[in-house]
Each structure stands twice: as structure tokens, then as C-alpha cells.
Design a binder for this molecule. Structure first.
Ligand SMILES: Cc1cc2nc3c(=O)[nH]c(=O)nc-3n(C[C@H](O)[C@H](O)[C@H](O)COP(=O)(O)O)c2cc1C
Length: 278
């Protein structure tokens, strides 16, 4: 599938329309002539470059974009699973994709102040369960993820990132000095260094959200879990003297057919309450 993008001539509202050749193309309402726009208008609208051919890039790879039904169906299907079927493990290839989704999570400056402990060992999980409000998901899910956050952000973290960018993109690290300085004056020396634990948690929760949605799209059930004792987790998992500490947990697997929570209607405030257009 691909998309054609443009502006409704009557309303000036952006249009996005599926096409067939894997390319983005501007389109206009068929019963109106194309509106006259200054060069660069569409580029500023979509923050992308308009080519002389009037093709808009970057292209969406063919078959990549899920349709709206797929997305919303998955998000409706997803629920905080209370009872996992311990006999239904996640397929290795599916799990590998979910680990990849964690790695692909966006973070502030790209600093990735996290690690992810994937625990399948039954003995460790049995030890963690009493420190998790005795929730059965801890022992019964297929893969238990403890999302860890970095305790501090230091000059070494900034250097690590700059080095990674330079190596990955084949550029000289010195060209990134300004970017490194932004990190320094913001997170390392600036006022946000005082709340760096909160900042790191915020980043880790983006990874959690990414995991919940990615899992739902792949037909994997999850339960985000804050009902646990971080100090006990850190002790059991040997994290007390390390750079990372437990932040939030996510149980992943497949729901038990006996989990009646799957049948409960979703409780969400209305769009009129929560979404405002200006
Ligand atoms: C950060 C976070 C922590 C949560 N902690 C728990 C938990 O410890 N145990 C649990 O059963 N559900 C937990 N939940 C699930 C929420 O209660 C659930 O997502 C919410 O009630 C909405 O229901 P739904 O996810 O089924 O749509 C948590 C959810 C989030 C996002």
C-alpha cells in the first residue's frame, strides 16, 4: 500500500490517500482546480521536500503502514491481562521483533537511558512474585520484562552517544560538539540534572508504551506492572550497585481463556473530554 497526500481545495485540510505504486504524491479534490500555493507551501505543511515531479518524500515503503482498522482493532483487543496461560509461550520470532521494538523506542536526545531485563527463569520469577503484590502474571506470563532506568546521566553518557552517532553515520564526532553541549547544559549541568531520575523514568515509560502497542499489533498480550517493590527487585536482580535500577515491569504472553477481564468494556473518557482541536 502507499499513500497520496495533498490538501482538500475547499477546506485546505490535508488529505492522505492510499495509492498503488508505493509513492507519495500530492493530490487535490477532483472537482476543484489545484489551489495556488507559494513554492514550499507543502514542504512547510508536511515538513518534507517537494520534488520538481511534485512527488513528496520520504516514501512510505510499500506494505508498511497498518491501516486504521488494524491499529484500532489491536488497541481495542489489548487489555491489562490478569491471567496468562503458562502453556502458551510467545513464538521466538515474535519475541525477537518485540525486543527490536524496545530498541527502536524514541528517547530524548537519543540517549536511551535504559536496559531491559527479560526474565524467563522460573526460579527468579517465583522469587519476584511476593514482591509484586503476589500478582500471578509475574510467574505465568511467557516473558517478563523489567524495564530499568539509568540512575544518572553523566559526561560519559553524552560521549557514548556522540561516539555512537559518529560511528553509525560515518561522521566526525567533532561536528557533533554543539549537540553534545546541549546535553551537557541541559541534563548534566542544568536544572534538569536535579530531576534526572524522573527524566529517566519518563524515557522508560515511552519504551513501555511502545512495547504495549507493538505487542498488541502482533497479537501478544501484556500487563504493565507498577505494583512491585523496586528496592526488592533491585536486591534480587543484583542491581543495587549498578548504573541501572528497576523502573516498571511488563508481563508478556498469551491470555488464559479463563481471564474474564478480556470481556470487560474499555473505560475511557470521551474524545470531547480529552481532545481539543484549535
Ligand atoms: C504504568 C502502568 C502500571 C500498571 N500496573 C498494573 C499492575 O501492577 N497490575 C495490574 O493488574 N494492572 C496494572 N496496570 C494496568 C491498568 O490498570 C490498566 O491498563 C488500566 O486499568 C486500563 O485498562 P486496560 O489496559 O485493560 O485497557 C498498569 C498499567 C500501567 C500503564
Amino acid at each position: 500500500m502507499n499513500y497520496r497526500r495533498g490538501v482538500d481545495a475547499a477546506t485546505s485540510a490535508p488529505l492522505l490517500q492510499a495509492g498503488g505504486n508505493g509513492q507519495l504524491t500530492e493530490m487535490h479534490h477532483s472537482s476543484h482546480p489545484p489551489p495556488r500555493r507559494k513554492p514550499g507551501f507543502f514542504a512547510s505543511l508536511f515538513r518534507i521536500t517537494v520534488q520538481p515531479t511534485r512527488r513528496i518524500g520520504p516514501q512510505i515503503p510499500s506494505g508498511m503502514a497498518a491501516n486504521t482498522d488494524t491499529l484500532l482493532q489491536a488497541l481495542q483487543w489489548r487489555y491489562a491481562t490478569k491471567t496468562f496461560d503458562p502453556n502458551l509461550p510467545i513464538e521466538p520470532a515474535t519475541w525477537a521483533a518485540l525486543e527490536e521494538s524496545l530498541l527502536l523506542t524514541a528517547s530524548s536526545y537519543g540517549l536511551q537511558p535504559w536496559r531491559f531485563l527479560v526474565i524467563t527463569d522460573a526460579a527468579i520469577r517465583a522469587e519476584l512474585r511476593p514482591h509484586s503484590w503476589n500478582q500471578s502474571q509475574i510467574t505465568d506470563c511467557s516473558h517478563l520484562v523489567v524495564l530499568l532506568k539509568k540512575r544518572t546521566v553523566t559526561a560519559a553518557d553524552a560521549d557514548r552517544l556522540i561516539e555512537a552517532i559518529a560511528t553509525t553515520r560515518g561522521i566526525n564526532a567533532s561536528t557533533l560538539a554543539g549537540y553534545r553541549q546541549m546535553i551537557q547544559v541541559d541534563l548534566i549541568d542544568g536544572p534538569r540534572s536535579q530531576i534526572i531520575g524522573q527524566w529517566a523514568s519518563n524515557q522508560v515509560y515511552i519504551a513501555l508504551g511502545n512495547l504495549l502497542t507493538s505487542a498488541a499489533l502482533l497479537g501478544v498480550d501484556t500487563c504493565a506492572i507498577e505494583g512491585f517493590s523496586p528496592p526488592d527487585y533491585d536486591r534480587i536482580l543484583g542491581l543495587e550497585n549498578g548504573d541501572y535500577q528497576s523502573c516498571v515491569v511488563c508481563a508478556c504472553g498469551h491470555r488464559s481463556s479463563a481471564d474474564n477481564y478480556a470481556n470487560l468494556a474499555k473505560v475511557r473518557y470521551s474524545a470531547t473530554d480529552l481532545i481539543e482541536h484549535r
